[in-house]
Write a protein that binds this ligand. Structure first.
Ligand code: FES
Ligand code: FES
Length: 162
């Protein structure tokens, strides 16, 4: 069976990108299977785990719930776009140093989601962080190390700004 392909022009991690996809394909499928950006993970594929989180025009979305054709003209940031100039982002370093990663499957989604939070509020409370991450599930860490790592990174980023 042949499928009609749609051309999509978008910006991913600051670079203009053009790809062909089927109208039924999710952004998650397009990122992973067409563009080779496999840092974004597929967990539930129905909007419940947050493993597939990306930033679209400044807002976090579950990429499994967005169609690839919907990102025409949008700006997308994935986990591959979080490191800066070959250096890990403070959030990535803090997750490693605080051992907030076990199997790591949920980690890209957490880091992308929290990057978006810190872009809006440089010093969120623990409660705000927990609420922001209500849609990001982790089966391994028990969450406390993740929250600790996020607070460490936020503090470090504020020191750098001062
Ligand atoms: S894979 Fe998208 S929310 Fe779980
Ligand atoms: S580290 Fe394994 S699911 Fe979070």
């Amino acid at each position: 069976m042949t499928h009609t392909l749609t051309r999509v022009r978008t910006t991913i991690n600051g670079e203009a990108v053009e790809f062909l996809c089927e109208p039924r394909q999710s952004l998650l499928e397009c990122l992973r299977d067409i563009l080779g950006l496999t840092g974004t993970k597929e967990g539930c594929n129905d909007g419940n785990c947050g493993a597939c989180t990306v930033i679209m025009d400044g807002r976090i979305v579950n990429s499994c719930l967005v169609l690839g054709v919907e990102v025409e003209g949008r700006e997308i940031i994935t986990i591959e776009g979080i490191a800066q100039g070959g250096r890990l982002h403070p959030l990535q370093r803090a997750f490693l140093e605080d051992m907030a990663v076990q199997c790591g499957f949920c980690t890209p989604g957490f880091i992308v989601a929290v990057k978006s939070l810190l872009d809006q509020d440089a010093n969120p409370s623990e409660e705000q962080i927990r609420q922001w991450l209500a849609n990001n599930l982790c089966r391994c860490t028990g969450y406390d190390k993740i929250i600790h790592a996020i607070r460490q990174a936020a503090a470090e980023m504020q020191e750098v700004k001062v």
